[in-house]
Design a protein around this ligand. Structure first.
Ligand code: PLP
Length: 392
């Protein structure tokens, strides 16, 4: 098929690879996939959703079948704003996290500008970024998140960036969270050098251990675009998320989306608004129950790795989110060969190299990404047993 007639932008978008390699596209029957990063079906509040949606129609549908204001339904924005601790005028309801990231990129990243990104990085952000640029400055993710000092050194040496991208809570894939001190330091750097921080925070609510490092540093800065989504708590199918924007970016973002999708579906907004503002079960309980479920799964996975593969991995116990990012301790183990044997044995996961932001760095390739959220404890245990057989 010829690419004649396509814009340079459409021609330039890469086909996402790696995530759909042959063994994943056609896994052997009975294969256990640890690939998802998606919520457990049993953590999604289906009965409450049915009630909320019935109420919308019993009440005549009303706003659900009409145009919405560009930034979203007022009561939904207010509910989000009160959780974020900001004025509702700064909330824009989006069609999920990816949409929020794309709006952020289109608004503040000039064509071919450089953007600092987590290394390892959520690949979806790199795909969104391609709309403006492929020039990145990879910044290592440490045990306490994005290495702000590393970026500071590069900026002091003369590097210039339009934005810095990071996932501060329960990082995808690296599982860690950015410390409160580093959140503040990153914002101070952004203010000093005049770039935006694109804060991508879909796992924030799914905490089951450790202390919340807070989002006030982001939500109080004119230099932060805080991107969030209901994907991990209410389900990816909604395509509903939100941006917390500095006041001066609200109008530019809305002008942009007037040309794109106009607004998030009124039907979905109406149901989500009913659901989250209902007293029973209440969003806090939905999220709390989910976190209890994920804590159990994370514990089963970590315990099984210690039991069946003692010493094979350096493992951090997750404090939240949906991922484990263990590192192979034996340099003699070839991760690609291990993956092939594991797939043949009926377990698949994502190889760390898929998340490398700096292809010259081999560190991500020593990791495996296990998504445990949508697998039962029995499946997790069996998955590790199969992995152990492949490892030996
Ligand atoms: C870090 C990160 N950002 C954004 C998203 C995308 O969220 P959504 O499905 O709401 O577009 C994901 C989903 O996996 C994610 O892991």
């Amino acid at each position: 098929m010829t690419l004649d007639g396509l814009t340079a932008l459409a021609r330039g978008l890469t086909v996402p690879t790696g995530f759909v390699d042959a063994s994943l596209a056609a896994p052997a029957p009975g294969t256990i996939r640890l690939t998802g990063g998606i919520p457990a079906p049993e953590a999604l509040p289906v009965a409450a959703i049915a009630r909320a949606s019935a109420q919308v129609w019993q009440d005549g549908g009303g706003a659900a079948l009409q145009y919405s204001p560009g930034p979203g339904f007022p009561a939904l924005r207010e509910w989000i704003a009160s959780r974020e601790g900001v004025d509702p005028s700064r909330i824009v309801v989006t069609n999920g996290g990816m949409h929020g990231l794309t709006l952020a990129v289109l608004t503040v990243v000039e064509r071919d500008a450089v953007v600092a990104v987590d290394d390892p990085v959520f690949p979806g952000f790199r795909w969104a970024l391609e709309i403006a640029t492929t020039r990145t400055l990879p910044v290592p993710v440490r045990a306490d998140g994005f290495d702000v000092d590393h970026l500071a050194v590069r900026l002091a040496a003369g590097d210039r960036i339009a934005a810095a991208y990071t996932v501060p809570d329960f990082h995808n894939p690296a599982q860690v969270s950015l410390s409160a001190e580093k959140r503040q330091a990153l914002i101070e750097l952004a203010e000093r050098y005049g770039f935006y921080v694109i804060v991508d925070n879909p796992y924030r609510e799914l905490r089951f251990a450790g202390a919340d490092q807070g989002v006030a540093a982001f939500n109080s800065s004119d230099r932060a675009i805080h991107v969030n989504t209901f994907t991990k708590t209410l389900g990816p199918g909604w395509r509903v998320g939100w941006l917390v924007l500095p006041e001066h970016l609200v109008d530019p973002v809305i002008r942009l989306r007037n040309r794109l999708d106009v607004h998030t579906s009124s039907v979905t907004q109406a149901i989500v608004e009913r659901l989250v503002t209902a007293e029973e079960p209440g969003y806090d309980r939905i999220v709390r129950d989910a976190a209890v479920l994920y804590r159990e799964r994370a514990t089963v996975l970590v315990d099984a790795l210690h039991e069946h593969l003692p010493g094979a991995f350096e493992i951090r116990t997750p404090e939240g989110g949906l991922f484990l990012w263990p590192r192979l301790t034996d340099d003699g183990v070839d991760p690609a060969a291990l993956f092939r044997r594991a797939a043949a044995n009926g377990v698949v996961y994502h190889q760390g190299e898929l998340f490398a932001a700096d292809p010259r760095q081999r560190s991500a390739a020593r990791h495996l990404r296990f998504a445990f959220g949508d697998r039962t404890p029995d499946q997790l245990h069996e998955a590790v047993r199969r992995l152990a057989a492949a490892y030996r």
